[in-house]
Design a protein around this ligand. Structure first.
Ligand code: ZN
Length: 312
C-alpha cells in the first residue's frame, strides 16, 4: 500500500457530499487544505500507528463543517495575533540589540570567569611539607576472620585497626567494611622538629595515611599478595611530585586530588555554559530565519480577514 493512501479518509465521499457548495473559500486565500487523493481502496481496513492517526486527525480539521462568518473571523483574529507575535519575535531576533544577544554576552562573561578560575587552579601552589624519618613499620599482623583486623608498630607506637563487627554478621561476604582505628595515636609519629604551623596538618595526614596503609595490608592479605617487608614511616608521607605536599602510603596526594576534583567541576560548568550559549544562538537564528515566513503568513491572514469582512 502506498503512503498516499494513509491520507485517504474512509468517509471521504460522504463528507464531500455534505460540504456546502454555496460558500467556497475565496481562491488562493484559504489556508492550504489537504485534498485526499482520488484512489480506490477498502476504507477503514488499515489500522494506522498512533502517530499516523494523529497526523490524519490533524489533516481532517480543515474539512470540518464551515464555521459561520463571525466564528471564522474570531478564529482568524486569534491567528492574526499569533502571527503578529511571531513577526515581532523575528524582528526582535533580527535587530542588533536583542535579549538573545544579551544572554549570550552574559553567558560569555560567565565562561570567561570560569576559564580564569580554571587557569588559577591549574597553577599549582606549593603545599606544606615536612619530611618523616625512616622508622621501620614492624610486626604487621593481619586477621581476616571473623572480621578483618590489622596491627603494626611504628617505633614505640602500636596501632590496631578493625572492621566494624556488624559488617561480618550481616553476611556481606563481598562488601568489605571500613577499618576503624582501635589503638594508637598518629600524633605520636609527628617528628619533634616539625614547625608549629605544620603539626596539625601532619597529624591529620598521618591519621589518613595509617588508615590507607592498614587497609592495603588487609587487601593484600585477602588477595594473597605479600606484605611489604621494609615499609617505613617515611613511606607514609613522601613528597608529592606535583605540589610537594604529603602523599599517602598509596602515593595519592589529597591536595592534588581536591584540585583535580575542582577542575572537573569547573570543566562541567564550562560545558553547561557552552551548551546554554549555543541554544540561545540557535533560537535567535531560528526566529530570524522564520521572519519572512511569519510576515507572509500575517499578510495572508490579513487578506483573508479583509475578504471575509467584505462578505459580512
Ligand atoms: Zn600534590
Amino acid at each position: 500500500m502506498s503512503w498516499r493512501q494513509f491520507w485517504k479518509k474512509p468517509d471521504q465521499d460522504n463528507e464531500q457530499k455534505e460540504r456546502p457548495a454555496a460558500t467556497p473559500d475565496p481562491p488562493g486565500l484559504g489556508r492550504p487544505r489537504v485534498t485526499p487523493p482520488e484512489q480506490s481502496g477498502t476504507p477503514g481496513q488499515r489500522v494506522l500507528p498512533a502517530h499516523m492517526q494523529r497526523i490524519v486527525e490533524e489533516r481532517k480539521r480543515p474539512e470540518r463543517p464551515p464555521l459561520d462568518n463571525r466564528a471564522k473571523l474570531a478564529r482568524l483574529e486569534r491567528a492574526r495575533l499569533a502571527a503578529i507575535f511571531d513577526v515581532e519575535q523575528g524582528e526582535l531576533a533580527a535587530s542588533p540589540v536583542n535579549p538573545w544577544r544579551d544572554r549570550i554576552s552574559l553567558l560569555t562573561d560567565a565562561m570567561k570567569t570560569v576559564e580564569e578560575d580554571r587557569r588559577k587552579l591549574q597553577q599549582v601552589e606549593p603545599a606544606p611539607y615536612h619530611p618523616l624519618p625512616t622508622t621501620p613499620i614492624l610486626d604487621i599482623a593481619v586477621e581476616t576472620e571473623p572480621v578483618a583486623s590489622v596491627s603494626f608498630s611504628v617505633g614505640s607506637e602500636w596501632f590496631g585497626f578493625a572492621e566494624e563487627r556488624d559488617w561480618a554478621e550481616r553476611g556481606h561476604s563481598v562488601t568489605i567494611g571500613e577499618l576503624k582505628l582501635r589503638a594508637g595515636d598518629a600524633g605520636a609519629l609527628v617528628p619533634a622538629d616539625t614547625p608549629d604551623d605544620l603539626i596539625d596538618a601532619l597529624r591529620a595526614h598521618l591519621g589518613e595515611s595509617l588508615f590507607v596503609f592498614a587497609s592495603d595490608m588487609r587487601d593484600r592479605t585477602l588477595d594473597q599478595v605479600e606484605l611489604p617487608a621494609d615499609a617505613t614511616l617515611a613511606d607514609l608521607g613522601k613528597p608529592c611530585p606535583v605540589c610537594g605536599g604529603w602523599q599517602d602510603w598509596m602515593g595519592r596526594c589529597q591536595v592534588c586530588r581536591n584540585r583535580d576534583a575542582n577542575l572537573q567541576l569547573l570543566k562541567r560548568e564550562e560545558n553547561r555554559l557552552l551548551s546554554d550559549r549555543a541554544r540561545e544562538a540557535e533560537e535567535r537564528h531560528r526566529l530570524e530565519e522564520r521572519l519572512p515566513v511569519a510576515r507572509r503568513r500575517l499578510k495572508d491572514i490579513e487578506t483573508e480577514i479583509a475578504a471575509l469582512q467584505r462578505q459580512m
